[in-house]
Each structure stands twice: as C-alpha cells, then as structure tokens.
Design a protein around this ligand. Structure first.
Ligand code: PBG
Length: 328
C-alpha cells in the first residue's frame, strides 16, 4: 500500500533537514523576538518593597523605586513593553484608586516614563484590584452593573493616559467598554492613545495565581456573568468583532495555551495586530513542574511560546518575558 507521500521515499527524507543544529536553525519557521513580548508587573505603595508572589516564582510586587529597576531592565533587554497592575492603598465599592490621578498605577506610569521614556508602558484598565468585593465592576442589586462600570473604566483610561501610559488595555469584559473608553479618551484630548482590548477572555482557572498577586479574588460569586465560557469559539469571534468595530487597535485573546484555536481563528479573521496573554496559571504550571524536576523549564517555556506564535499571535504578554529576552 502506498500513500502519495510514502511513495516519495527514499527521494523525500524529512530527516535530512533535522540532522544538525545549523540546518534546523535555517528552516525554523517561527520566531520569538523581545520586541513582541510584554512583561506584566505588579506595583504597590511603599518604598524598597520587592515581595515575591508565592504562587509565581520570579514575579514580584514592587514599590515605585523597585519597579523602575524592572522597567530599566525591560528597556535594556529590548522588550516590547511592560504592563502595569496596581495594588491600591485601600479598596472600596467603586475601586476609586483605579481612576485617581494619584493612584498607584498613575504614579508608576509617571515614574517609569521619567526614568525610561522610550519604554512602552501599558496600563491594565480594570477595577477588580481596587474594589473591596473583588469584581471587575460596580455592584448593583448583587450584580455587576455594566454601564456604570463602563463610565468608570473611561475615567481609569483617561487618568492613566494623562499619567503617560502609551496604551490602555481593558480586561474587564463589560459590553461596550471599548467604545466607552474611546469616547472618554477622545473627549479628554487623548485621541492618540490606542486601546488593546482583551476581546476574548474566558472565565479561566488559570487566573488563580494572578488573583493572589493582585489581591483580586472575588469576595462572592465568580466572574462567569462577564467573562466568556471557554466552550464557545463562535461567540469569541463575535466578541472580537464587536471590540474591533468599537475601535480597538489591538485585539487580545486570553488565556493563551487553552485558546490556541481562538488565536488562530482571530488571526485569520482579523489579522494583525493580535495579542495573546500567557496568564499566571500557565506560567505557574511550568514553574511548579520544573521545581519538582518533572520537566525542563526552559524547554517548556520555549515550546509554549512558539505554540502561541505559531497559532498566530503577534504580541505575547508573558511573565517569562525577561527570561526569554536574556536567552535571545
Ligand atoms: C483583571 C485581570 C485578570 C488577569 C488580567 N487582568 C484576572 C481575572 O480576570 O481574574 C489575569 C492575568 C493572569 O492570570 O496572569 N480583570
């Protein structure tokens, strides 16, 4: 019995191009470059603080002075940018530090921009780190109220952009928030500031360690009334189309490895620029398994990043960003 391809043997020998490292390098189809990587950072109040997040080895909560050191490192390594998550001094019902001109992320953006003006700074636009109930929006009658939340997200984006953030990244999954943020930015004279929208974000178990890092675990219920069901790929494309139509400049899929098909489809339907977020749980899994000697951390890291690139992501948000850049 002969299939068309096996009929070509021994003329066609795929192993010829795998024999040496030089040949393999020559025919490598997918690459990762530092300029495509964004490093998520957690900034807190205080001075001289550098606290490792227990579930995320190598990830720290840092005060402004220490954050600036990481930003300088990111710049030295040629990373695409850093993304700022804030730990507020106090939480309240509406997450008011998120849209305070003196909020921790606003202070951080100013400090980073002063120290390394050329480094791209992305601001996470969400309320969950700042609300006392831990949800991504304001609560009315026990539910997350969409439109009141969108109004506040507009204020978050404007205060961040005024503080010098180059790109705002809403991660809340409220309906109409890209249009709302666009309108707020434009009204504030900030039409130059682009939006990277978490367009398809599923309610994922892989955000677990992040919630420890950001102190943003919901105090009641879960996020399933706003984040997507991971079972629905057509719905994800609809979500992405809405955000694109509302004016999102960069579309993002999250998490990455469990959503490679969504990345592939989004790339085919919407093109570039497409981002993917290799989230905390994806990072923690590799770290934990490596610490127990179950797999080789560096190889597992590369394999997942190449998979995300191969699926079609142009930009990757990952806690591995500095480690990768150092190896390149
Ligand atoms: C906040 C937000 C989350 C992440 C990014 N922005 C957590 C969540 O939705 O619960 C997760 C990132 C990660 O796990 O690394 N809306």
């Amino acid at each position: 019995m002969s299939t068309p391809s096996s009929a070509q043997f021994p003329i066609r020998r795929m192993r010829r191009l795998r024999r040496t490292a030089a040949l393999r390098r020559l025919v490598q189809e997918t690459h990762v470059v530092p300029a495509q990587l964004v490093w998520p950072l957690f900034v807190c109040h205080g001075e001289g603080v550098r606290r490792e997040v227990p579930a995320l080895p190598g990830v720290y909560q840092t005060s402004l002075d220490e954050l600036v050191k990481d930003a300088e490192r990111a710049h030295r390594l040629g990373l695409g940018g850093v993304m700022l998550f804030g730990l507020p001094a106090a939480k309240d019902a509406t997450g008011s530090e998120a849209y305070d001109e003196q909020g921790i992320v606003q202070q951080a953006a100013r400090a980073v921009k002063r120290a390394v003006p050329d480094l791209l700074v992305v601001g996470d636009v969400c309320l969950c780190e700042y609300t006392d109930h831990g949800h991504c929006g304001v609560i009315q009658d026990g539910e997350v109220e969409n439109d009141a939340t969108v109004y506040l997200l507009g204020k978050v984006a404007v205060t961040q952009a005024r503080a010098g953030v180059d790109l705002v990244a809403p991660s809340d999954m409220m309906d109409g928030r890209v249009a709302g943020i666009r309108k707020a930015l434009d009204a504030a004279g900030l039409s130059r500031v682009p939006i990277m929208s978490y367009a398809a974000k599923t309610a994922s178990a892989f955000y677990g360690p992040f919630r420890e890092a950001a102190g943003s675990t919901p105090q009641f219920g879960d996020r399933q009334s706003y984040q997507m069901q991971g079972t629905n790929a057509d719905e994800a494309m609809k979500e992405i189309r809405l955000d694109a139509d509302e004016g999102a400049d960069i579309l993002l899929v999250k998490p990455a490895l469990p959503c490679l098909d969504l990345i592939r489809r989004a790339k085919a339907e919407f093109g570039s620029p497409l981002a993917a977020y290799q989230v905390s749980g994806e990072y923690a899994m590799i770290k934990a398994a490596a610490q127990r000697g179950m797999l080789d951390e560096t190889r597992a890291m590369w394999e997942t990043l190449y998979a995300i690139r191969r699926a079609g992501a142009d930009i990757i948000l990952t806690y591995f960003a500095p480690a990768v850049a150092e190896l390149l």
